[in-house]
Design a protein around this ligand. Structure first.
Ligand SMILES: Cc1cc2nc3c(=O)[nH]c(=O)nc-3n(C[C@H](O)[C@H](O)[C@H](O)COP(=O)(O)OP(=O)(O)OC[C@H]3O[C@@H](n4cnc5c(N)ncnc54)[C@H](O)[C@@H]3O)c2cc1C
Length: 462
């Protein structure tokens, strides 16, 4: 029997995995994960301690799943090209199969490896390849709605393929590394079984109210599948297939759209890798952001004095995940209220999110800062008080993450600085002490922001 390598990257699953199936067709399979030194020492993804722990947990679970099929996982540390070269030499394997990844780093790495080794890339990271979702003029889309229409016009997501029933291991000796020990995350246990469990329970209930409840952070109204999709513990095709099978209900359609937003941003970095370096919109590349480290630190730690912003920033620190409404609110606050470079926020999210993904994160930040492809207009600035009142009307979410404000009456909760001193004393929150006063006055920021954005446009020659 010949041997092939299944090179696992961000597809930690056995079901619906075209790269794994292609490897199986060749005979014996060697499942390999390369602990890239660049990732391990934090050069590629800086701190991201939680996300790394989630990945290591996911690999441990994958190893157990592989053992149930008569196989095992080989974790090898080093630079991918050197490690794979060595694996081929030791095993005599004739091919390496992997799922294609679209980040600029991954594409450069894979192109360099494919020049020297028999690397074959397969679909799996998206339902439709970004090179297929094109306009009639064969151009990539920069606006979501036509992208969505074209994506749907490509037909149904297709039927997910089953997991292999048995995976014969080649009889060779490879010295594998133990996985680094990492603390698990009780809110997000890793692994394919957990991903499928979450998806099934979401699709069995909350999806029907998704269109209404997805913006309410106090309600478990979204799937919380993002870390699992990030590491391919469930395939996007499986998710799209399952939700499509539910029919045309408004929740199902809305959720499918979110899965397609994920593919839209993957398509943006595939066709426009330069977005990883700066604003997609050339007119807004010269915005003069403020240099205010104390404001940045207050935003990062959830001490801006705006309860809804602080609650979401603390949710990120506490759990490694943030509700989508929160991501939009805090990103608007950083870039527009504080006029701080959105790339600081992009980096902070990459350091702390379990689902931190270069495409979705960059796309989300460019959208919120109004500098991206299908961006929120730059002159639209979220009002954090109104957003809080609308999406956390009972203050449940704020009270969960900002315990200093638990006793504050609802009428002051979104703007505690309006509380008279007597009221502050009654509920035990002295402003400026127990909880900060606002670090910026929202009502005053608009002219400053508009001026900065307009100056950038003027410098471009508009
Ligand atoms: C500033 C900002 C940064 C973001 N950074 C990331 C990131 O690093 N990684 C990430 O996966 N998502 C990111 N998002 C998108 C979105 O916030 C999360 O995908 C979503 O909150 C995850 O929760 P969920 O799994 O419950 O989503 P659901 O509402 O259940 O949606 C299902 C899936 O669709 C995808 N999805 C949903 N919304 C979006 C979107 N706007 N863009 C891209 N994909 C989407 C996700 O894979 C998600 O798991 C960001 C959004 C913003 C505004």
């Amino acid at each position: 029997m010949t041997t092939t390598v299944w090179w696992i990257r961000r597809d930690l699953r056995l079901r619906d995995n075209p790269a794994l199936l292609a490897a199986c067709a060749g005979g014996c399979v060697l499942p390999v994960f390369v602990l890239d030194r660049g990732i391990l020492d934090g050069r590629l993804h800086r701190h991201a301690t939680r996300r790394r722990a989630f990945l290591f947990d996911g690999l441990r679970v994958l190893d157990t799943d592989l053992q149930a099929l008569g196989s095992r996982l080989f974790v090898l540390a080093g630079r991918p090209l050197e490690v794979l070269r060595e694996v081929l030499a030791v095993s005599g394997a004739r091919a390496i199969h992997a799922a294609e990844d679209f980040s600029p780093y991954a594409r450069q790495r894979d192109a360099a490896i494919a020049r020297e080794l028999p690397l074959q890339l397969h679909p799996g990271l998206t339902v439709h390849h970004p090179g297929q979702v094109l306009s009639k003029q064969n151009a990539p889309y920069t606006i979501f709605t036509p992208f969505y229409r074209a994506w749907r016009a490509l037909g149904s997501p297709g039927i997910p393929c089953p997991a292999p029933k048995w995976l014969p291991l080649p009889a060779i000796c490879l010295r594998a590394e133990p996985l680094p020990v990492a603390l698990g995350n009780p809110d997000f246990p890793a692994g394919e079984a957990e991903a499928l469990r979450r998806m099934d329970s979401f699709l069995a209930g909350p999806v029907s109210a998704y269109a209404l409840q997805r913006d309410v952070p106090a309600v478990a109204g979204t799937s919380t599948l993002s870390p699992y999709l990030r590491f391919g513990m469930v395939s996007p095709r499986t998710a799209a297939h399952q939700v499509t099978a539910l029919g045309e209900g408004s929740g199902a359609e809305t959720w499918l759209k979110e899965l397609v937003w994920r593919e839209f941003y993957l398509s943006v970095i595939y066709h426009f890798p330069r977005v990883m370096q700066g604003a997609f919109n050339p007119r807004l590349r010269a915005v003069r952001w403020r240099d205010a480290p104390a404001d940045l630190a207050a935003w990062q730690q959830g001490r801006t004095g705006y309860p809804i912003v602080d609650a979401f920033m603390r949710q990120l620190l506490a759990t490694g995940w943030m509700h989508n409404r929160g991501r939009m609110i805090v990103a608007s606050f950083l870039s527009k209220d504080l006029l701080l470079d959105w790339r600081h926020g992009e980096q902070w999210f990459m350091d702390h999110l379990l689902d931190g993904d270069p495409a979705a994160n960059n796309g989300g930040w460019q959208w919120a800062a109004g500098v991206g492809t299908d961006a929120a207009p730059y002159f639209r600035i979220f009002n954090p008080v109104l957003q809080g009142g609308k999406f956390d009307p009972h203050g449940t979410f704020i009270r969960q993450y900002v315990p200093e404000l638990v006793e504050v009456p609802l009428r002051y909760l979104q703007q505690p600085w309006t509380m008279p001193p007597l009221e502050q004393a009654l509920c035990g929150v002295e402003l400026g002490q127990a909880y900060p006063r606002p670090i910026v006055e929202h009502a005053m920021v608009k002219p400053r922001t508009l001026e900065a954005y307009k100056a950038s446009q003027a410098a471009y020659g508009d």
